[in-house]
Design a protein around this ligand. Structure first.
Ligand SMILES: NC(=O)C1=CN([C@@H]2O[C@H](COP(=O)(O)OP(=O)(O)OC[C@H]3O[C@@H](n4cnc5c(N)ncnc54)[C@H](O)[C@@H]3O)[C@@H](O)[C@H]2O)C=CC1
Ligand SMILES: N[C@@H](CC=O)C(=O)O
Length: 434
């Protein structure tokens, strides 16, 4: 059979890795796909690509690839929303299949792209867009197709996890570790996407659609980054038996779907609490299977290329299938996507870690306990530290039972209004992930 012809747009970290893996494993890949997969053209503006493209035509105009009649599959690896959207739409219009690692593009414009792709009978594949090399989209979409998914929770930003790990284990400074993550090719072109949780929210949006059969709704995700975390809270959490991880949580509830990204305390003995460095891990809980865990490199050249190439093999295999009988883009048949509401963060439920900077006066603990109990908030554990020399304040640290966030908001407002509470109350959500 004739080889499938691929055009790669973008030869940076992921593009370079994809080119190298396709070349190095060409024989194995052809045996898996049933035919060869050949790079027919590359479009890039990368001055020093990390791969040897000798013998492959290279252009600096992505539309040369999109309009090349020889090309069956366009691989979009330039990133961003605007040009990427335009080139993917044009590729689909030209009847080409698309493989992309671009989570921003899928989370924000995916509904439009999939509709267009269905109209034209082509595939838009995006395994690399979530959790780098972990085949988690395939796992949920196909491996868990018999389940009603209850929740998905994951460490889904490699840069953020790398930063938190280096800070906790080696006491390194935030900015210094971020610089290293950029040099290693982990970070987004705009690294605030990693640090502020936007990248994780893009990925969670995609996971939630595939898990629950809902349209992509990035604009409704609650997003909090890692920038506000302090070493003090990391240490107090450890003393209480927890680790702090930046987590994406999507949960189905009676009222709607929780879609939230934030730092989270997780019991230190959970496998996911011990996922360090650039590694990612995603837990998926289904009604039949129970809890499952998927682990692997969440960013980087070849781990991400592994997912891009897997999509290429999938598309090559599907080329002969009737378009209506292919696995649907979002796992559910498009006409059965439901419009479950995404809950505002105040209606989401979790347990909470609170750190209250109290004045060293008698009766403070009693006031704290009263405020919480008046709002039906039960305390699971409480710890009072010694007076801090520099400000004379006493950190009171507690973990609550699960409660709707609105009640914690009310309690925090009441605590901060006390004369004996000197500072903003620190609040970090807690998940047991059983
Ligand atoms: N770096 C990583 O570990 C991962 C990245 N991704 C996603 O993969 C995509 C690519 O990321 P990276 O490879 O890290 O980015 P990168 O910045 O290393 O590479 C981007 C490439 O696109 C090219 N490019 C940009 N604009 C262009 C234009 N107008 N015309 C021609 N070429 C153009 C650049 O020359 C460069 O070669 C992004 O969507 C990113 O979010 C997904 C998973 C992991
Ligand atoms: N910047 C992202 C890259 C992979 O998606 C990350 O760090 O996870």
């Amino acid at each position: 059979m004739k080889p499938v012809k691929v055009g790669i747009c973008g030869l940076g970290t992921v593009g370079g890795g994809t080119f190298n893996v396709l070349k190095r494993n060409a024989e194995e890949i052809a045996r898996r796909a049933g035919r060869g997969i050949e790079v027919a053209q590359i479009a890039t503006r990368q001055p020093n690509p990390k791969c040897d493209t000798t013998g492959t035509p290279v252009t600096d105009d992505v539309f040369d690839v999109i309009n090349n009649p020889e090309i069956d599959i366009v691989v979009e690896l330039i990133g961003g929303y605007t040009l990427a959207r335009e080139l993917v739409l044009r590729a689909i219009d030209n009847g080409k299949h698309v493989v992309t690692a671009n989570k921003a593009l899928i989370a924000v414009h995916g509904n439009e792209l999939f509709a267009k792709a269905r109209e034209k009978g082509v595939i838009v594949a995006f395994e690399a867009s979530v959790a780098g090399g972990i085949p988690v989209i395939k796992a949920i979409r196909e491996g868990l197709a018999g389940n009603r998914i209850n929740w998905v929770a994951g460490i889904i930003n490699g840069t953020g996890n790398f930063i938190l790990t280096e800070m906790r284990e080696k006491g390194r400074a935030f900015a210094d570790v971020l610089k290293e993550a950029q040099a290693l090719g982990y970070a987004e072109a705009d690294p605030t996407f990693d640090v502020e949780g936007i990248d994780a929210a893009h990925k969670l949006t995609i996971l939630a659609s595939i898990a629950f059969g809902i349209p992509l709704q990035f604009d409704k995700a609650y997003t909090e980054g890692i920038g506000q975390l302090t070493t003090a809270d990391v240490n107090y959490a450890e003393a209480l038996g927890y680790r702090i991880k930046h987590l994406g949580v999507a949960r189905r509830t009676e009222a709607g779907i929780e879609l939230r990204v934030h730092p989270t305390l997780i019991p230190a003995d959970r496998l996911i609490a011990n996922v360090n460095g650039v590694m990612n891990a995603v837990m998926v809980n289904g009604d039949a299977v129970g809890s499952t865990l998927y682990y692997g490199a969440g960013a980087g050249m070849e781990p991400t290329a592994s997912a891009v190439v897997a999509d290429l093999v999938d598309v090559a295999r599907a080329l002969t299938t009737d378009p209506h009988n292919r696995v649907p883009h979002l796992a559910f048949q498009p006409d059965s996507l439901s419009d479950h509401p995404i809950l505002p963060i105040a209606a989401c439920e979790s347990a909470y870690y609170l750190r209250i900077q109290a004045k060293d006066h008698p009766g403070v603990l009693a006031q704290v306990a009263t405020i919480l109990s008046e709002r039906g908030i039960n305390i699971e554990s409480i710890m009072q530290k010694e007076v801090e020399e520099h400000d004379g304040l006493v950190p009171v640290i507690l973990v609550t039972h699960r409660v709707v966030e609105q009640r914690i908001d009310d309690a925090i407002a009441a605590l901060e209004a006390l004369d004996d509470v000197a500072d903003k109350v620190v609040r970090i959500r807690v998940e047991q992930l059983n």
